[in-house]
Design a protein around this ligand. Structure first.
Ligand code: SF4
Length: 230
């Protein structure tokens, strides 16, 4: 059985790929070691690198609100990324970097043994479904081993494309449905609230989401995790 704390310690001093050279902090992941739901993003962004914690920028705040909307808190789930060190300038992680880091993900999944794994965005999706697109598989649960994998858009996508916000909110409800289906009602499921404070903006006419969001400004790049999230 993998030891989650030992994996975290190994990540903190890892030099297995070039991403260690420019990091301020490695970002192993955080949350409950007994989480039933595990979220997997792409990689740390500017704020995550500075704080050594996943999803702490604007996208992270939206993720917190999405969790609250289905009666979950950050401490109820486990949150990590495909690569644990920030790619320079928030570029996409290279395949070799993802491969070098994948063993840590294996250990985290083995240690936590979640019922539901939620890949956020296309890079995380590729770990389980390498030839599929996130727009095709989003919100479609699939069995993978004894876990259910539920790919969703990355929360940062809503920062760049307001049309996706309501889609992401709706898709998140599937997590609550899956938990109920396996007999795990969320702690506050009796009174879920839709997220309202962040990214609350007039809804634009519905349209099919593109594979990639509109590129953000340089400041947004530093506040959100990655450019290419879909
Ligand atoms: S990204 Fe992963 S493999 Fe690369 S140095 Fe960081 S922890 Fe090690």
């Amino acid at each position: 059985m993998a030891d989650l704390e030992a994996t975290h310690r190994a990540i903190m001093t890892c030099t297995a790929c070039a991403l260690h050279k420019a990091r301020a902090n490695a970002v192993p992941g955080e949350g409950s070691p007994n989480a039933r739901v595990m979220f997997v993003g792409e990689g740390p962004g500017f704020n995550e690198d500075r704080q050594g914690r996943p999803f702490v920028g604007a996208a992270g705040q939206f993720l917190n609100e999405l969790l609250e909307s289905i009666g979950l808190r950050r401490e109820d789930v486990y949150i990590t990324n495909m690569v644990k060190c920030r790619p320079p300038n928030n570029r996409d992680p290279f395949p070799g970097e993802i491969a070098a880091c994948s063993g840590y993900m294996d250990e985290q999944i083995e240690a936590i043994d979640p019922d539901i794994i939620v890949p956020l965005g296309r890079h995380a999706l590729a770990r389980w479904f390498p030839r599929e697109t996130i727009s095709k598989l989003r919100a479609k649960p699939k069995r993978f081993g004894h876990a259910t994998v539920l790919p969703l858009y990355h929360p940062a996508a809503a920062l760049h494309n307001g049309n996706l916000r309501s889609t992401i909110v709706d898709d998140f409800r599937k997590i609550g449905d899956l938990l109920k289906g396996i007999g795990v009602p969320p702690p506050a499921a009796a009174d879920p609230q839709p997220p309202t404070s962040l990214l609350d903006q007039p809804q634009q006419p519905a349209s099919a989401p593109d594979e990639r969001p509109t590129p953000p400004t340089p400041q947004e790049r530093s506040e959100t995790q990655q450019l290419h999230l879909l």
